[in-house]
Design a protein around this ligand. Structure first.
Ligand code: GLC
Length: 733
């Protein structure tokens, strides 16, 4: 009887499930059909507009009319395209035709943390929130194209722009960039993923010719761009300044036509970097759609000073003379019109919003989740903010603005909480004494000595010292246009830290930077916190982590080599970095970052994927669902994670894969999956990470395609690239 009863229930529920799934199927196919219909309708409109445009009007749409806009067609109501930096917030308004700010009083914005911080969260859901907030601010500021995100791979710790990017691992950058793009574009603002490609240094960026193998190109330097275009569906992409195999990336046949437009089926717009266009024929034929920033004569009294662009008068002359088919021009204009229908001509796009609590909360959450706890001897941290301690805060970075400077990603923040301000707000009962300690400005030797003496004197009497230093956005620090000149901390911070640690054992070093630095004082201080350029909420986030309001959960998105020569790019000398002024060779090939450290057994100061917590976690039951897989299967790794400490915390379980006895050169292991999970104190959770077997493929230069090598692999499961809890052998047949 009961069995019949159970069968009848299961029958009913089965019928319900069937009806529901048919309903969902209909909806999705209706939705897909309607999207298809919309796409078809837009294509019809685009084709009809093309017939109404004169050749001059079409040419004008393919280049700038001002520093940050390209031309529309007023007589037909075809709008201009308005673009704005940058990846971490909407840049202040610039003048029409020069690089000065317009000094508007209504272009203050929320400064979000730099993308290294976002990558360090290892939290794709947070990346979506980030993109949504940023897109709303871009929309409110009436921008159609946001010039970001940047996803160039971190190859050398000296690159001035690493702070704008998402670290050294292509899988991490690929996973984190997609939700960011979806978030921004849901406000009807196009992202412009950059700098495509191989712009991995600022040194001679405008002309350096990068030589790299196809394998490293496809396995290391392109994946984040491919994910941005195919999975993120970015509506535009920015060419890089440098050359690749002899052609500038802004008009490069291999990168733009063969890979981007043909292989990846990109239907958006290729925009040059500002001043990155150098040749008319290459611009016409090699995939460039909009030329921006080519130096004009800066004289707006002359009509169309931008007509001397490579895609300007000389392009027009070639069309009129019949030397170039008009269909080449039409393809560019159709792409631009499609971008407009996705943005400025999209009548359904929202209004956006700016400087609101939601955006500040997003900035704060990303900042607190991105901060990485690197060392915490005797669990000195967190410091209870109810205590009436004397806290010495030392260092210029405790007060220096980090949203200004750094090049095109600089911001005019409506609000920026400095670390000192955040600490004073949070540690209300403490006696906080501040001392500059060092200065990035020119000081006499005497002044520098006095700064140091004053810092040491307050350190002596304090219960605990928060040294807040690192790099900054000054030239040849973390800044566009130039690389760092050396690997250690600038302004004699190393010496100052050692002197402070000598007089106070409770020294906490907080580094604010976008790059790795050497740490000769590592064993002399109690705690080390890697903070990033955290934007408007910087001080609140740092204070929350130092007092334990937030339990740190960030993981390093790039390795910290002990010394510069331990880094792959620097191991191979000048021809590898920075090149000979004309060309540079990526001799380390696929062994970038931890791939190099692991495979060459060079222990880093701190490893990719490393980050501590105020609690502790234990992994158990780490298993794969099978031992053998075929090349189209999915590997399921599951494990249990127990919070063995006494505070709630978040952990990032990382899954790396390595091929044993490969027929080609391979890194020991490569990140292929990760999951961040929050667990209550004493809690136990089970997680599962899926990896498609085809993601284990290497790029086979013999067939110019991906190839899943059969044979034995090892699955490495842990919470850092250098802390593996279990190795699981599997076989691909
Ligand atoms: C700069 C940067 C690019 C920026 C553009 C506009 O040179 O390389 O990232 O978006 O010009 O400012």
């Amino acid at each position: 009887m009961i069995v019949n009863y159970m069968i009848s229930i299961s029958k009913k529920s089965l019928i319900k499930i069937l009806i529901l799934s048919v309903f969902i199927l209909c909806i999705t196919s209706l939705k897909a059909q309607s999207l298809n219909e919309i796409d078809k309708a837009i294509t019809i409109k685009i084709d009809s507009i093309i017939t109404l445009l004169t050749v001059e009007e079409k040419i004008a749409m393919c280049h700038a009319q001002s520093k940050f806009s390209s031309t529309g067609v007023p007589r037909l109501g075809v709008p201009e395209l308005w673009m704005s930096d940058g990846p971490h917030g909407i840049r202040a308004e610039m003048n029409w035709d020069n690089w000065n700010y317009a000094n508007w009083t209504n272009d203050y914005i929320t400064a979000f943390p730099a993308l290294t911080c976002l990558a360090a969260t290892f939290n794709p859901a947070l990346s979506k929130d980030y993109g949504v907030s940023l897109g709303e601010e871009a929309r409110y500021r009436k921008k159609d194209v946001l010039l970001g995100p940047g996803v160039n791979i971190y190859r050398t710790p000296l690159n001035g722009r690493n702070f704008e990017y998402m670290g050294e691992d292509p899988f991490l950058a690929s996973t984190m960039v997609v939700p960011y793009i979806h978030g921004v574009q849901q406000s009807g603002v196009a992202t412009c993923v950059k700098h495509y490609a191989l712009n991995n240094q600022e040194h001679s960026r405008g002309h350096i010719n990068v030589e790299v193998s196809d394998r490293a190109l496809h396995e290391i330097y392109l994946p984040a761009f491919k994910a941005a275009i195919i999975d993120g569906e970015s509506w535009s992409i920015m060419g890089a300044y440098n050359k690749f195999r002899g052609e500038h990336c802004c008009h490069n046949q291999i990168l733009l036509n063969d890979i981007l437009k043909d292989k990846w089926r990109f239907d958006g717009v290729v925009i040059s970097d500002w001043g990155g266009t150098h040749d008319t024929d290459q611009s016409i034929y090699n995939g460039l759609d909009i030329e921006m920033g080519t130096p004009s004569n800066n004289n707006i009294s002359k009509r169309f000073p931008y007509n001397n662009n490579f895609l300007g008068q000389s392009f027009l002359d070639k069309i009129i003379s019949g030397q170039v088919k008009e269909s080449i021009l039409d393809d560019k204009v159709k792409r631009i019109l499609r971008l407009m229908y996705r943005t400025s001509l999209n009548k359904d796009r929202p209004f956006g919003s700016i400087n609101n609590k939601a955006h500040s909360n997003t900035a704060y959450k990303v900042a607190t989740e991105g901060i990485v706890l690197l060392k915490n001897k005797n669990t000195l941290l967190p410091i209870d903010n109810s205590s009436d301690l004397t806290i010495a805060v030392i260092g210029e970075n405790a007060t220096k603005s980090m949203t200004t400077g750094g090049g095109s990603s600089e911001l005019k923040a409506a609000n920026e909480v400095s670390p000192l301000k955040g600490l004073r707000k949070r540690f209300k009962n403490a006696n906080i004494i501040y001392s500059l300690g060092y200065s990035s400005e020119n000081k006499t030797k005497k002044d520098k000595l006095n700064l140091k003496k004053e810092a040491i004197s307050i350190a002596k009497t304090a219960d605990v010292v928060f040294f807040i230093g690192g790099l900054n956005k000054n030239n040849s620090q973390d800044s566009e246009g130039a690389d760092r000149q050396h690997y250690n901390l600038p302004y004699n911070q190393d010496e100052l830290i050692e002197s402070i640690a000598k007089v106070n054992k409770n020294t906490v070093v907080v580094l604010i930077s976008g790059n790795a630095v050497s740490m000769p004082w590592r064993n002399k201080v109690m705690s080390i916190v890697q903070s990033w350029y955290l934007g408007s909420e910087a001080g609140n986030a740092i204070a929350s982590v130092l007092n334990g309001e937030v339990n740190p959960s960030g993981k390093l998105p790039f390795s910290f080599p002990k010394k510069l020569s331990d880094n792959a790019a620097h191991f191979y000398g000048k021809l590898s970095y920075p090149g000979n002024g004309e060309t540079q060779y990526y001799k380390e090939d696929i062994l970038v970052g931890y791939r190099w450290h692991d495979t060459k057994s060079i222990k880093p100061e701190f490893a990719f994927g490393y980050g501590m917590t105020y609690t502790s976690f234990k992994l158990s039951n780490i298993i794969s669902d099978k031992k053998t897989y075929n090349s189209v299967g999915t590997i399921k790794i599951s494990c249990k994670v127990k919070n063995t400490g006494d505070v709630t915390g978040k952990e990032v379980i990382q899954v790396y894969v390595g091929k044993k006895n490969s027929k080609v050169k391979r890194a020991l292991k490569e990140l292929k999956g990760f999951k961040k999970i929050s667990i209550l104190k004493g809690g136990l959770e089970k997680i599962e990470i899926k990896i498609a077997v085809d993601k284990l493929a290497f790029y086979d230069e013999k067939i110019s395609d991906w190839n899943v090598e059969k044979g034995d692999y090892i699955i490495y499961v842990g919470n850092s690239s250098d802390n593996i809890s279990k190795q699981i052998p599997i076989t691909i047949i």
